[in-house]
Design a protein around this ligand. Structure first.
Ligand code: ADP
Length: 310
């Protein structure tokens, strides 16, 4: 079983407008409401791959109920921990080729809630083969929180895949317990290392070999249309991907994470792991809906990927 964790999920609303009139009433019937958050995108892709997946994290209030219902409607197993606060809304207004977003900060979590969630997490982890931890932390949660989740994974010998940025990530890199895989994109790794990164092989090799990544088996840098640069133990790989028609690349990193989780639990080779992850990233980029993939195109893309050990 693959466990996915989303600590700060949202109910995402997108409104489509022909044009956005500032300081006026804007009306639309073109809207969409979905359960959002990076971990839930990963979950949806894993579900489409027919992997056994359970989604967890924190939820609260009416929007928490909506989130749970929407996962149930898609037959996605979920076991969220109920908090006092309310799950947030994130709003995207699509207008004149632009995307204007309003993101609520979300609820503040109490110390007692975090302690109870830790127990809830441990119970789920003890039944899992891999844990995927994605996204930002809600207010009230210490920045080193993911270190404690990874410590629990370690206790149960469950590998953890971590996809987060900023302080939540730096704290894990500083900590004693390491995830099996991290996947910063090029901007995230530049921010992490505090320097501009070129996309040439030597610079990327140097970046992923930085001592801050010591003891992390897989360090994967996703490069959008330029594929991936990855380090696995002492091996380095450049993944070249075909040119595709991109519709909406939002969530491609999450789809890629689903690919890593799925390939890892199916004991794939390094080459297969990298091909599956990139294929799923591309499949997501070819669709309008975030976290949706059209598996009909899977083999065609998969067979066009080139893995070069560098
Ligand atoms: P994130 O969504 O985390 O920022 P990326 O944008 O690097 O991550 O995308 C993750 C993966 O999805 C890429 O490594 C690639 O395989 C695929 N992908 C994303 N954008 C594109 C694109 N424009 N063209 C082709 N593949 C893409």
């Amino acid at each position: 079983m693959i466990l996915t964790i989303t600590m700060n999920p949202s109910v995402d609303i997108s409104y489509q407008l022909d044009n956005l009139s500032i300081n006026h009433v804007n009306r639309t019937n073109k809207l969409n409401k979905t359960a959002g958050g990076k971990g839930l995108n990963v979950t949806r892709v894993l579900n489409q791959l027919n992997e056994q997946v359970v989604a967890s994290g924190l939820k609260g209030g009416k929007l928490g109920e909506f989130l749970e219902q929407s996962l149930n409607d898609h037959n996605i197993a979920n076991h969220f921990f109920e908090i006092q606060g309310n799950t947030r809304n994130c709003i995207a207004i699509l207008h004149e080729g632009n995307q204007t977003e309003i993101l609520e900060g979300g609820p503040t979590i109490s110390t007692e809630e975090i302690e109870s969630f830790n127990e809830h997490f441990e119970e789920l982890v003890s039944k899992s083969d891999v844990a995927v931890i994605s996204g930002s932390l809600p207010k009230g949660v210490e920045p080193n929180f993911y270190s404690s989740l990874i410590k629990t994974c370690d206790k149960h010998s469950v590998p953890a895949i971590l996809d987060c940025s900023n302080k939540a990530l730096t704290e894990v890199l500083r900590g004693q317990y390491k995830p099996l895989l991290i996947k910063p994109n090029i901007d995230e790794i530049a921010e992490l290392l505090g320097e501009q990164i070129n996309e040439d092989i030597d610079s990327l090799k140097q970046s992923v070999s930085n001592p801050i990544f010591k003891n992390i088996e897989w360090v994967v840098v996703s490069l959008g249309s330029n594929g991936v640069f990855a380090k696995h133990k002492d091996k380095y790989y450049k993944v070249d991907i075909p040119k595709i028609k991109v519709v909406n690349p939002v969530g491609s990193g999450d789809s890629m994470i689903a690919g890593f989780a799925s390939a890892l639990i199916n004991k794939a080779t390094n080459e297969e792991i990298l091909k599956k992850a990139n294929t799923l990233g591309m499949l997501n980029a070819q669709e309008t809906v975030t976290g949706y993939i059209n598996l009909k195109n899977y083999d065609d893309l998969y067979n066009k990927i080139k893995i070069i050990e560098v």
